[in-house]
Design a protein around this ligand. Structure first.
Ligand SMILES: NC(=O)c1ccc[n+]([C@@H]2O[C@H](COP(=O)([O-])OP(=O)(O)OC[C@H]3O[C@@H](n4cnc5c(N)ncnc54)[C@H](O)[C@@H]3O)[C@@H](O)[C@H]2O)c1
Length: 454
């Protein structure tokens, strides 16, 4: 009886949430996707969208393009494409731009990145050559292994932020865009912790005027976008929009934001596997992850200060999923190590090894080995696209601030103060799908087993 009453309350709550469903404006006109950092990931994304639009290939890995989800009762067996459940931007009406400290156009940068087959790139040469990066806001103090001359000059960080806003306005006008979205695809900056200047909008704006060293370029881009109400996602592990001042600004300007660090490769595997081990109450003694990669990202991460940013982003995942404080017999003091090794011969074709020491019935030890011969940018490109498409949806649904439903795509998901970020990919998927159902005015799924006979 008690259980039935509880279920009824849950259902009532869910229904009242649905009553308050979002009104989503239709995705009309052109969407401009601006990418600060036009290296391997950005150019693979842009070239990919052009290849898809030409019918040369499929957008594999992108939920916004290929994903389906269940709508209604289980007995109805209705699994439409996500893009038919809510109004999403059509890829034919997307235009790309961005910034970089190297002035190579997207075709040249994609050739240099050596991710995509030269024969495919040749077929896309004409449109890709036309996309030229705007001058970057860059400071070598935050990315020591890079040096470029295609860089803006400005007396203060505020002046640089204003220059970025001007770039966005001009881009929007010149390309006749209705809306813009920004996704940071720039290099990982050195490790910085939240400090006084990040605490409020006022302190942050003063810091921009005073050239505060705790404001790196990625935060200047984030500020510029959010100030203009342009949705912003951060694909790198550096803080960028993950500070109270910018979260507050996002609320004030009605801007959806998401971060940090695209969830690809080894962390993707971790957040698939760890929930399964926990679900079956299998213990963990240690998880050692190491990999080799040879792209420019690998070169940047070879610097200890930049690697530290990545390491922090990668380490939080297992603790949060396994909850050792609740399951000390299974997970107390498990050893977790993450290594990244720069090895030029591999280029973007990373190889990641995981050695996982688990324990089962009566503490008997077992081992799992993973050897993932992955392609970093091939895994990241659909994430860039989906973040852009879904942030644009969030904006049209009047959602603002941190978009936790997009944690699905992120290694170190940004969460509200005092809220644990959610890393388990299956829970993230449920949250993403239910948010879309909610926006579409469809019943959210509770997985209580009642939804087929309601
Ligand atoms: N590929 C993946 O699987 C993956 C996964 C998670 C996160 N990331 C992150 O995504 C980012 C991009 O990765 P990538 O492989 O394309 O690296 P990349 O080195 O090929 O490209 C980064 C580009 O950013 C540019 N850049 C650096 N600082 C800039 C600034 N202030 N303004 C404008 N441009 C700037 C660089 O010149 C470079 O062209 C990195 O931070 C990486 O850590 C990548």
């Amino acid at each position: 009886m008690e259980q039935t009453a509880e279920i009824n309350i849950n259902l009532r709550q869910i229904k009242s949430n649905i009553m308050a469903k979002k009104t989503v404006k239709a995705a009309k006109g052109k969407l401009g996707i601006l990418l600060p950092g036009m290296g391997a990931v950005a150019t693979t994304t842009i070239a990919g969208v052009h290849a898809v639009n030409k019918g040369l290939s499929d957008p594999i890995g992108s939920l916004s393009q290929m994903g389906r989800m269940r709508i209604g009762r289980r007995t109805e067996n209705n699994k439409p494409f996500i893009k038919d459940v809510v109004s999403l931007q059509n890829l034919k009406n997307v235009v790309f731009g961005g910034w970089d400290l190297f002035d190579d156009n997207v075709y040249e940068a994609a050739v240099h990145a050596e991710v995509l087959d030269p024969a495919l790139l040749k077929k896309l040469k004409s449109p890709l050559s036309k996309i030229k990066p705007m001058k970057a806001v860059f400071d070598k103090n935050y990315v020591k292994r890079l040096d470029g001359s295609h860089v803006k000059k400005g007396k203060t960080k505020m002046a640089l932020a204003k220059a970025l806003m001007k770039d966005m306005e001009n881009f929007k006008k010149e390309n006749k865009c209705d809306r813009l979205v920004v996704v940071w695809c720039g290099s990982t900056e050195i490790y910085l912790e939240e400090s006084k200047v990040h605490k409020s909008i006022k302190a942050f704006e003063k810091g921009l005027e005073n050239n505060d060293p705790n404001i790196p370029p990625s935060m200047i881009y984030a500020y510029a976008a959010i100030k203009m109400g342009v949705p912003y996602a951060n694909g790198a592990p550096n803080l960028s929009c993950d500070v109270p001042a910018l979260v507050q600004l996002a609320k004030e300007t009605q801007t959806p934001i998401a971060g940090k660090d695209f969830k690809t490769g080894q962390t993707l595997m971790k957040t698939i596997l760890a929930p399964g081990l926990k679900a079956r109450a299998l213990g963990l003694e240690g998880w050692f992850s190491t990999n080799i990669l040879g792209n420019r990202d690998g070169a940047v991460l070879d610097d200890p200060d930049n690697f530290k940013t990545k390491e922090v982003s990668k380490l939080g995942v297992l603790e949060q999923i396994l909850e050792p404080e609740l399951y000390p017999e299974l997970y107390k003091d498990f050893y977790h190590k993450v290594r990244i090794n720069y090895y030029p011969p591999r280029g973007d074709a990373k190889e990641g090894w995981d050695n996982i020491d688990i324990k089962g019935w009566l503490n008997y030890p077992m081992q799992i080995k993973i050897d993932f011969l992955c392609r970093d940018s091939i895994l990241a490109a659909p994430i860039v696209l989906d973040l852009a498409i879904f942030l644009d949806l969030a904006k049209r649904a009047n959602m603002s601030g941190i978009q936790e439903w997009l944690s699905f795509y992120l290694k170190s998901p940004q969460a509200a103060k005092g809220v644990q970020p959610m890393h388990d990919i299956f829970k993230q998927q449920i949250k993403l799908e239910n948010t879309i159902r909610h926006m579409a005015g469809e019943d959210v799924l509770t997985h209580l087993g009642l939804d087929y006979d309601e």
